[in-house]
Design a protein around this ligand. Structure first.
Ligand code: HEC
Ligand code: HEC
Length: 296
């Protein structure tokens, strides 16, 4: 037996031994405690999850100025279209409610969580726990819910009740009206599937009666834009006239055929129908025509 063959045989044996372990698919690995810790950062309304440490309004002032004010304003009044963090008390029933930490936010613990996980906007999770405590304290101070000598930590957060806390209620709506089936369930093949991809063509056929143009755009938005808007994976970019003129010199029918059947070109791989097998050939054709029209 050649060495290659015996190596193949060995690896087949190893694979079948693994496959015998029920539920083992031969990929993946157990998450390490460090990886779990990286994800497990939520803080609950009751404070569960708040770390050790603390920070004062005083320390928060300069940190806020340095890391937050460029977007939220030195007094939480907002810069441009960024959200305001202070003000707006009593405005929630107005036609244009002004939602801020002081007027709307329910709990100090979840404010800590939000700032910790999401801010500053361009560098989330870059702040130390103490910095988050200090900045949160300062945001509370801007909302006049604490004094300037306040120090926030996992104990003192309980002393601060935000003005709107009492107005949140538990959502009594059930997530779904269906009861989970555990035995003698419906045959999955008989269940009607209503995913976006499968319902779209029907809708499009309806529109098609009026005009072909919307089908092209709708199909493009749904199935093609993800690559063709940015040039992902080498896709020619919508609107890039030079690139598309060169391609259509080969004939529009070639482009349509390639979009329907897919092909490996020099720039990259164009999957058949962009990977959306449920699309009709007509819808893909309309999408190509739309793309050419947008790229003249
Ligand atoms: C580059 C701009 C930028 C910077 C800097 C920034 N933020 Fe934000 N912040 C945003 C944007 C945008 C949102 C809205 C995000 C959303 O709705 O998904 C936001 C939302 C918030 C909210 C929620 C507001 C609400 O009521 O829904 C808080 C609180 C907040 N930021 C605090 C901070 C703090 C504290 C810092 C400094 C550590 C900071 N942000 C730095 C842009 C910024
Ligand atoms: C996963 C990314 C991806 C998606 C989704 C995608 N394309 Fe493409 N497409 C490509 C790439 C990459 C190329 C360039 C291949 C090459 O020429 O090397 C390409 C090329 C094309 C071309 C030029 C064909 C030619 O012969 O020059 C057309 C037309 C086209 N795509 C239409 C579509 C349409 C219509 C859709 C949606 C139904 C779509 N594409 C969805 C990646 C994608």
């Amino acid at each position: 037996m050649s060495r290659l063959l015996s190596a193949l045989l060995l690896s087949c044996l190893a694979a079948s031994a693994l496959a015998e372990r029920a539920g083992y698919y031969g990929y993946g690995k157990p998450a390490m405690p460090e990886e779990i810790a990286g994800w497990d950062i939520d803080v609950r309304p009751d404070g569960e999850g708040l770390p050790e440490g603390g920070g004062s309004v005083e320390d928060g002032e300069s940190l806020y100025e340095e890391k937050c004010a460029e977007c939220h304003g030195s007094f939480g009044e907002a810069v441009g279209r960024y959200p305001a963090l202070a003000g707006g008390e009593g405005s929630l029933t107005d036609d244009r409610p002004h939602r801020t930490v002081g007027s709307y936010w329910p709990y100090v613990s979840t404010l800590w969580d939000y700032i910790h996980r999401a801010m500053p906007y361009t560098q989330p999770e870059s702040l130390t726990d103490d910095e988050v405590y200090a900045i949160t304290a300062y945001v509370l101070y801007l909302n006049e819910v604490v004094e300037d000598d306040f120090v926030l930590d996992r104990e003192t957060f309980k002393d601060v009740v935000l003005p709107n806390a009492g107005n949140f209620i538990r959502d009594a709506r059930p997530d779904t009206a269906n009861t989970r089936c555990m035995k003698n369930c419906k045959n999955p093949a008989s269940i009607e599937i209503t995913s976006i991809v499968e319902t779209k063509p029907a809708e499009e056929t309806r529109i098609e009666v009026a005009s072909a143009a919307p089908v092209g755009k709708a199909t493009y938005d749904q199935a093609c834009a993800m690559c063709h808007v940015s040039g992902l994976g080498g896709a020619p970019v919508l609107g890039d006239a030079a690139v598309w003129t060169a391609r259509s010199a080969r004939g529009t029918s070639v482009l349509i055929a390639n979009a329907i059947s897919g092909y490996q070109g020099e720039q990259g791989y164009m999957p058949p129908k962009g990977g959306f097998a449920a699309l009709t050939d007509e819808a893909v054709e309309a999408a190509v025509e739309y793309m050419l029209e947008m790229s003249q």
